[in-house]
Design a protein around this ligand. Structure first.
Ligand code: URA
Length: 475
C-alpha cells in the first residue's frame, strides 16, 4: 500500500503532482492511502509518488473540475478524485456516464464548490484599515464552507485592483498588496475590525434598495443563507426591515411616485455635518470634499454619492471616463466595476500602471434608471456633461497632466467641450491648451457590449495601442 501525505489540504498542485506520480507508476486506486498531514510535514510518504509523470492525457473538463473539487472538505476527496482520474485514463467517456455513482458524486461536489464560490463573491465585506501613501487598505473575514480561497482570490484581485486588501478565512489568507497576490496561514475574526464607515454606508444603501413590496423571505434565505449573516453588516437590519415591510409598502402605495434614494440625504447630511469647507479648493482632498456636496445638476438626487477622481496629484496621464457606474456609485471610487476590471487588463497590456494614473469621469454622479431591483446605466446629456466640466477643469488644474486620454464620447465632450466622433479623433495626438496632449479612444464598456468576438478582439488591440501611445508620450 502506498501512502501519500498531503501537507496543504485543498492544494490542487500538490495533489496533482502526487496523482501524476502514482498514475505514471501504474499504482491502482485501491493500493493508495491518502491522508492529510497534521504537522504539515514531509510531502509524500514514498518515492513512487514522485516518479516522473510523462504525458498523461486526461479529459480537460475532468482536470478543471478536479481543480475545484479538491477544495471540498470531505476528507475522502483526494482518494475519490484519484479513482476518477485513474478510470478516465481508460474510459474517455467517463464524465458522460451520469448514472455512475462516482461521477454523480463528482458533479454534486463540484456544484457545492461552485455555489460556495458564488456566495463568497457576493458576501465578502471589506472593512477599512487605513491609508498609506494615498493607497487605502481593507480587510475582510469570511468563513467559506470549503477551502475555496485560492479559487476566489483572483475575482477580488480583478475587482479591487486599486486598493490593498487581505481576506482572512480560518484555513488561509489572501493578501493583495503592491499589485501582488500572496497567500498565508489562516486567521481569526478578531484580526479584522468589527465595523467602519464603509459598513455604515453599505447598511444604509441596503436599507435604501430594500424593496418591501418584493420581499420573498424563502428566496432571500436561499440566496443569503443564515450562516453568512453574522459577517454581513446589512444582515442585522434584515429582521427590522422585514418587520417594517408592511408599513413601508403602505407608505409606498400612498406616495405612489418614486422616492429619492434615502442614502443620498443621509450621506449629504453626514458630509455637511463633518465638513465646513468654503469655496477654497487647493488640493485634491478639498476637491473630493467639495464634489461630495455637489448639487449643480439634478443627478445628485438619486445617486448614492459623487465620485471624484483618484490617483497621484502629479500623475502625467489622466484618464477620463464617462460617469460612475453602479459599483462606483456604491464604493465612491472610479472604475471599480466591470468596465474598470477590463480597463485594468488593458492598462496592463499597454504597460501602464494604474496606480500612476489619475482616473476620473466627465460626470461625477451615477445616472441611472431604476428597473426592479436593478439600476440601469443612462448616458448623461450634453448639458449634464457641460455642467460637470466645472469639476473636471478643477481636477485638470490641480493635476496638470501632460496627457489626457478620453474614454468614449462623453469624456471627449467633457474635456474638449465639443461633440466630435471618436473615429474622427482617433489615432492622432491632439493639442489642448496649456501644452497638454489629448488622445481620444473608446470606453471599455464599448468592448463589453460587442457581441462579435472577432471585432471585440480587434477593437481591444486598438484600445491597447491608444493607451500604449499615451505611455510612450509620457516617457
Ligand atoms: N464607467 C466610467 O466611465 N467610469 C467609471 O468610473 C466606471 C465606469
Amino acid at each position: 500500500m502506498r501512502e501519500v501525505v498531503l501537507t496543504v489540504p485543498g492544494d490542487f498542485a500538490e495533489w496533482r503532482s502526487a496523482a501524476r506520480g502514482l498514475l505514471a507508476g501504474g499504482v491502482a486506486p485501491d493500493d493508495v492511502s491518502w491522508r492529510g498531514s497534521a504537522e504539515g510535514a514531509s510531502l509524500f510518504g514514498d518515492e513512487a509518488t514522485a516518479a516522473p509523470a510523462g504525458r498523461l492525457s486526461l479529459p480537460r473538463e475532468l482536470v478543471q473540475i478536479a481543480e475545484r473539487v479538491i477544495c471540498h472538505r470531505d476528507a475522502e476527496v483526494p482518494a475519490r478524485l484519484y479513482r476518477l482520474v485513474w478510470r478516465a485514463l481508460h474510459d474517455r467517456q467517463l464524465l458522460a456516464r451520469t448514472t455512475d455513482p462516482e461521477v454523480d458524486w463528482l458533479r454534486k461536489a463540484d456544484k457545492a464548490i461552485r455555489r460556495d464560490v458564488h456566495k463568497m463573491h457576493a458576501f465578502v465585506r471589506f472593512r477599512r484599515l487605513g491609508e498609506e501613501e494615498g493607497r487605502e487598505s481593507f480587510a475582510a473575514w469570511f468563513e467559506p464552507t470549503h477551502r475555496i480561497l485560492r479559487l476566489t482570490a483572483p475575482f477580488f484581485q480583478r475587482r479591487f485592483y486599486g486598493m490593498d486588501w487581505a481576506i482572512l478565512t480560518p484555513d488561509a489568507r489572501a493578501i493583495w498588496q503592491d499589485e501582488t497576490l500572496t497567500y498565508g496561514p489562516g486567521g481569526t475574526k478578531d484580526e479584522v475590525p468589527d465595523s467602519d464607515v464603509v459598513e455604515d454606508q453599505w447598511r444604509t444603501y441596503y436599507g435604501a434598495i430594500f424593496n418591501p413590496a418584493r420581499v420573498k423571505i424563502d428566496a432571500m434565505r436561499a440566496e443569503m443563507p443564515k450562516k453568512y449573516w453574522k459577517n454581513l453588516p446589512e444582515a442585522q437590519d434584515i429582521a427590522p426591515l422585514i418587520a417594517g415591510a408592511e408599513a413601508r409598502v403602505e407608505r409606498m402605495r400612498a406616495t405612489a411616485v418614486s422616492v429619492a434614494n434615502p442614502l443620498t440625504g443621509k450621506w449629504r447630511t453626514r458630509v455637511q455635518d463633518q465638513l465646513t469647507f468654503g469655496d477654497e479648493i487647493g488640493t485634491l482632498a478639498d476637491l473630493a470634499t467639495a464634489v461630495s456636496r455637489c448639487t449643480r445638476c439634478p443627478l445628485h438626487c438619486n445617486a448614492t454619492q459623487a465620485v471624484a477622481g483618484e490617483g497621484p496629484g502629479a500623475a502625467k496621464i489622466m484618464l477620463v471616463g464617462e460617469q460612475p457606474g453602479d459599483r462606483e456609485d456604491l464604493e465612491g471610487k472610479p472604475f471599480v466595476g466591470p468596465a474598470g476590471q477590463l480597463l485594468n487588463e488593458v492598462l496592463y497590456e499597454a504597460g501602464l500602471e494604474r496606480r500612476r494614473l489619475f482616473l476620473t469621469n466627465a460626470v461625477k454622479h451615477f445616472k441611472f434608471e431604476p428597473r426592479g431591483k436593478r439600476r440601469l446605466h443612462q448616458n448623461p446629456t450634453t448639458a449634464e456633461i457641460d455642467i460637470c466640466r466645472w469639476w473636471l477643469d478643477k481636477e485638470r488644474a490641480l493635476v496638470q497632466p501632460d496627457i489626457i486620454v478620453t474614454l468614449g464620447a462623453s469624456a471627449l465632450r467633457g474635456v474638449t467641450g465639443k461633440s466630435a466622433s471618436i473615429k474622427s479623433m482617433r489615432g492622432a495626438v491632439h493639442e489642448l491648451e496649456g501644452d497638454t496632449k489629448l488622445i481620444a479612444t473608446i470606453h471599455p464598456s464599448f468592448l463589453l457590449r460587442l457581441p462579435d468576438r472577432e471585432r471585440a478582439a480587434k477593437e481591444r488591440e486598438m484600445f491597447v495601442a491608444d493607451l500604449a501611445l499615451a505611455r510612450k508620450l509620457a516617457a
